[in-house]
Design a protein around this ligand. Structure first.
Ligand SMILES: Nc1ncnc2c1ncn2[C@@H]1O[C@H](COP(=O)(O)OP(=O)(O)OP(=O)(O)O)[C@@H](O)[C@H]1O
Length: 326
């Protein structure tokens, strides 16, 4: 099972620019979480801070007893081996074929024999649906295939935590649906804790167990997917409905005058009840996701604190535990 990631009071600045402050959340073990936010709100900076590649000024990120912000560098280096990181563009070496790209972390970080490396690489190549393409160079394949190769490479060291930076960027809607299904299938197969950064509303609506959103240098919300999908928070509603009207503007935030004009002009967010799309299921033939029952117990434990609309959405999607009435 994947391990929990606890983020406490995290603040990151570059010079005088604060990217976000006092971010606190827990990525539950083995569950899939998505971090949303308009461009430039610091989602990538957040991923890099979780894995210890960037140093926040304040706060902690606890991963299996190691603080990825404040522990000695050698402990952070060791803990980083628990992670698999998938970058936006796949970050592949252009001169190496897909096989050698995917084998790279194994050759770099382990002393495994070539025969063992081949077995592991081919297993991951199959998992991401790239069998037959392993001899190609990154420049000879499509963007979607490069992303899948990047994902295969993130998987070779058997990570317990997988971080994906915009797995949909540059992909058409059909390829994005395939990537969404692949992420859920992976979660069913390896039960890793996953954090996905994206702007994509389809991924947000159908993939995660939990969602969070960064805006105006704060974590606006983080919780079960139904909490954000039914949220009345204007910024969350605007983002999830993909509309122009609301607090998010072209340069992230609208100024007060623009917001006041919109209100006078009668613009408002839709009031119709929102339908929460069902979460994707693993593909036929794969095991059920182990995270589902764990999440169910977790959400029921916070039942009293959830708004009525969220409870309704949770109830609509709850699969009864064995032996329990529906
Ligand atoms: N190494 C760095 N040095 C200085 N500023 C940086 C650095 N990395 C990121 N930033 C700044 O931090 C802010 C957040 O950047 P980040 O890439 O995390 O945003 P994002 O939410 O991932 O955006 P997008 O959705 O467009 O990818 C930006 O203003 C960016 O310019």
């Amino acid at each position: 099972m994947g391990i929990e990631v606890i983020v406490e009071g995290l603040t990151k600045s570059f010079g005088t620019q604060t990217v976000w402050q006092d971010v606190t959340l827990t990525l539950p073990p083995g569950e899939v979480s998505v971090m949303l936010g308009p461009s430039g709100t610091g989602k990538t900076v957040f991923l890099k801070s979780v894995i210890g590649l960037l140093k926040p000024e304040r706060g902690r990120v606890l991963v299996g007893g190691v603080d990825m912000v404040n522990s000695p560098e050698r402990d952070i280096y060791e803990a980083r081996k628990l992670f698999g990181l998938m970058f936006q563009d796949g970050a592949l070496f252009g001169s190496l074929n897909l096989f050698d790209n995917i084998a790279f972390p194994l050759r770099e970080h382990t002393r495994k024999k070539e025969s063992e490396i081949r077995r592991i690489v081919m297993e991951r190549v199959e998992m991401v649906g790239l069998l037959g393409a392993e001899g190609k160079l990154p420049g000879e394949i499509s963007g979607g295939m490069r992303k899948r190769a990047g994902l295969a490479r993130a998987l070779v060291l058997d990570p317990q935590i997988i971080l994906c930076d915009e797995p949909d960027s540059g992909l058409d809607p059909v390829r994005t649906s395939f990537i969404s299904q692949l992420l859920i299938d992976l979660n069913a197969q390896i039960d890793a804790t996953m954090l996905i950064v994206t702007h994509n509303l389809d991924i947000a609506a159908t993939v995660p167990d939990n969602m969070g959103m960064l805006f105006r240098r704060e974590l606006v919300a983080f919780g079960p997917r139904e909490l954000l999908l039914t949220s009345d928070e204007p910024v969350v509603r605007q983002f999830l409905s993909g509309r122009k009207d609301g607090p998010i503007g072209m340069s992230e935030e609208k100024d007060e005058a623009t917001l006041a004009r919109e209100q006078v002009g009668g613009h408002s967010l839709p009031t119709a009840p929102r339908r929460v799309a069902p979460q994707l299921e693993p593909s036929p033939g794969l095991p059920p996701r182990q995270a589902v029952q764990r999440r169910r117990a977790r959400v029921l434990a916070m039942w009293d604190q959830l708004p009525a609309a969220t409870r309704e959405a949770v109830q609509a999607g709850l699969v009864p535990a064995q032996g329990e009435p529906a």
